[in-house]
Design a protein around this ligand. Structure first.
Ligand SMILES: *Cc1c(COP(=O)(O)O)cnc(C)c1O
Length: 354
């Protein structure tokens, strides 16, 4: 098989070891003589997977017993719905920051059931920067933000001081950089950007924020139900959870989030330096808000794009096209992306200029 350098934004690259162990589990899970795909989710073997998937996430994020981890289907998009249903009180107000398409979808869902104030927005500038918000008051039921804007390549470097629960969509930068995760009251991430295959979402919740949760919503929508049932209220997405566990184990073995962050900074520097040095290219996002995970850029002269496209395809690069809303190029350099592949792309850009 020829080596492809996969810069896809999601679903995306995962560690090779995860692909191999996942394939093995599909054929013969834990030496049981059965496929992971045919065993009961209530078997002791799968319950062990679920328990470890919940525990390892908290270890990686350095969170204690005041937090719970749940896994469920529906994608990050279902969390856009569950969050207001659980946490926005009938006469209350939620605060959001509008930093991109995903953030605005979250806002749209919350507005269906309650009052929303948008405290910052970069929509007018097509989301090329992160609006700064210093503090959020206690008049809100919660504040929601998106730590990394996958399409534009902007990333929040700091988070406001909030006097209400702080909620963050970390779908595209979970486990990629070290933060004080205890500042967050709810973190969620669709797996398919940095932690596993599509089909499962991880939700990390500080238990105390559920004391005020709405009780008159369908059971399936209640965080408390999924916590009490240890993510087995209904059949969980067994395979994506297992593959996510393998990815988290791989991360833990390789030095955890702190080491991943060092590798990610080095990879991002390599490509941003080339974008800044090479006058054929221009970065999309404001320099101080540049993402470590998604590098959006474009050719200053669009007429060169057929030749540039041919050059990177020739180098076995895939998935470099920008999002359909933005055009240009986007190099997604998630945790599993090796620095060698980033170097291949940088060399293509250098040679293209030469
Ligand atoms: C991809 C993405 C989503 C949507 O995820 P789904 O799992 O497809 O619902 C939400 N937020 C961010 C930041 C994303 O990158």
């Amino acid at each position: 098989m020829k080596k492809i350098h996969n810069f896809s934004a999601g679903p995306c690259i995962l560690p090779q070891e995860v692909f191999e162990k996942s394939a093995e589990a599909i054929l013969n899970f834990n030496g049981m003589g059965l496929s992971l795909l045919e065993i009961s989710h209530r078997s002791k073997e799968f319950i062990a997977v679920m328990d470890e998937a919940r525990a390892i996430a908290k270890r990686l994020l350095r969170l204690g017993d005041d937090y719970e981890v749940i896994y469920m289907g529906g994608g990050a998009s279902f969390q856009f719905v569950m969050i207001p249903y659980n946490l926005l009180s009938p006469n209350g107000k939620a605060a959001y920051t509008d930093t991109g398409v995903w953030a605005s979808k979250a806002i749209k869902e919350a507005k269906i059931i309650g009052n929303v104030d948008v405290l910052g927005s970069s929509k007018e500038d097509n989301y090329s920067y992160i609006p700064k918000i210093e503090e959020v008051g206690s008049e809100y039921d919660y504040f929601h933000c998106t730590s990394n804007n996958t399409i534009y390549g902007t990333e929040m470097k700091s988070f406001p001081k909030t006097h209400c629960p702080l909620i963050c969509d970390m779908s595209s930068d979970i486990f990629s950089r070290d933060l004080d995760f205890s500042q967050f009251d709810l973190i969620y991430a669709g797996a398919q950007k940095n932690m596993g295959p599509a089909g499962v979402t991880m939700i990390v919740i500080k238990k105390e924020i559920l004391e005020k949760a709405n009780a008159t919503i369908p059971n399936f929508m209640k965080y408390k139900v999924h916590i009490d049932k240890e993510s087995m209220y209904n059949t969980p997405p067994v395979f994506p959870i297992y593959a996510s566990l393998l990815t988290m184990q791989h991360l833990e073995k390789n030095g955890g989030i702190a080491e991943a962050e060092k590798r990610n900074i080095a990879k991002a520097k390599l490509i941003y330096d080339e974008i800044d040095r090479n006058d054929l290219f221009q970065g999309y996002s404001k320099t101080e808000d540049r993402s470590l995970m998604n590098v959006s850029f474009y050719l200053k002269d669009e007429k060169l794009s057929p030749a540039f496209d041919a050059a990177w395809k020739e180098a076995n690069i895939s998935g470099l096209k920008g999002h359909r809303d933005l055009g240009g190029y986007r190099a997604s350099i998630y945790n599993a992306m090796p620095v060698e592949s980033v170097q291949v792309l940088v060399d293509v850009m250098k040679n293209f200029k030469a």
